[in-house]
Design a protein around this ligand. Structure first.
Ligand code: SAH
Length: 265
């Protein structure tokens, strides 16, 4: 069974001089310690502020959690998948952030697209971002991810296009795509196009809101990156939250995560 995992926001373990030292845990993590009834002798996984990854032995649990480092673990080489998701109604994005984190998505970018029914003012956006970041952290801890995914501020089409220009490949999920190219074939084509094989860097997966994308949005996103592909997720119309999870799972599998044989990115 994988070790319970804690993420330190400021503390850098390499700077700790003593063999035994206190973990500087956030308040919600202290609650987690109590809920888990952590006891001396138990081992936990700790990812610190420098994104270094340690296995630690719990020495005592009191006002502080005292630990000693058993070993420094190698951060697994993981595919870097960013999900750009059209803002959807109610708690659909919560579902996408939780499930996407469990799968290994590294970044979530909420997209205020033309047909997004949801419109967030600054206060509402701040509240939603805080909620999604809490969901991402707890899903990363529960599923044993080596890092907590980032949740970026809500972006409009120009912000999304700027992000898509920077990644190694883009999969635009569109149920109206003429060419029924699937995720696997699209990634194979990107690898063939890449000047560094296998292509390095992050892959963006783009999924629309309940109303889907406009043709102009698809054209704009396609034009951002010469390794942008419009892909089909099959003949059925998936709900926005289903499509976000399925598309990321297919991409991660093809990139060698989730037991996939696609090899690293
Ligand atoms: N326009 C659709 C609803 C959009 S579904 C309708 O007619 O009901 C929400 C999003 O999921 C879409 O924008 C698309 O990104 C993705 N999606 C759903 N089914 C898909 C499919 N079969 N192929 C590719 N993308 C799909």
């Amino acid at each position: 069974m994988s070790l319970h995992r804690f993420f330190l926001e400021e503390q850098v373990i390499a700077n700790e001089r003593a063999d035994a030292f206190a973990l500087r845990l956030a308040s919600d993590d202290r609650q987690h310690v109590r809920a888990l009834r952590l006891a001396p002798g138990e081992h936990i996984a700790v990812v610190d502020a420098a994104a270094d990854y340690f296995e630690c032995e719990v020495l005592s649990v009191g006002a502080d959690v005292m630990v000693r480092v058993c070993r420094r673990a190698e951060m697994p080489d993981i595919a870097d998948v960013m999900l750009v998701a059209g803002l959807a109604k109610a708690d659909k994005m919560d579902t996408v952030v939780r499930a996407g984190t469990e799968l290994g998505v590294s970044t979530f970018v909420p997209f205020a697209s033309a047909r997004s029914v949801v419109r967030l003012d600054a206060a509402k956006e701040a509240k939603r971002l805080a909620r999604w970041r809490t969901i991402a952290k707890s899903a990363a801890m529960q599923s044993g991810q080596p890092r907590i995914p980032r949740v970026e501020p809500v972006g409009d089409i120009s912000r999304i296009c700027a992000l898509l220009r920077e990644v190694a490949g883009v999969l635009i999920c569109w149920e109206e795509a003429e060419d029924e190219m699937g995720v696997g074939r699209a990634l194979a084509r990107m690898r063939a196009q890449a000047d560094t094989a296998p292509f390095e860097g992050s892959l963006a997966v783009v999924v629309g809101p309940e109303g889907g994308f406009t043709h102009d949005e698809v054209d704009a996103m396609r034009a951002c990156n010469d390794r942008a592909c419009v892909v089909s997720l099959g003949h059925t119309i998936l709900r926005a939250e289903t499509a976000g999870v399925v598309a990321c799972a297919l991409a991660l599998y093809e990139l060698g995560a989730l037991g996939g044989v696609g090899g690293t990115a």
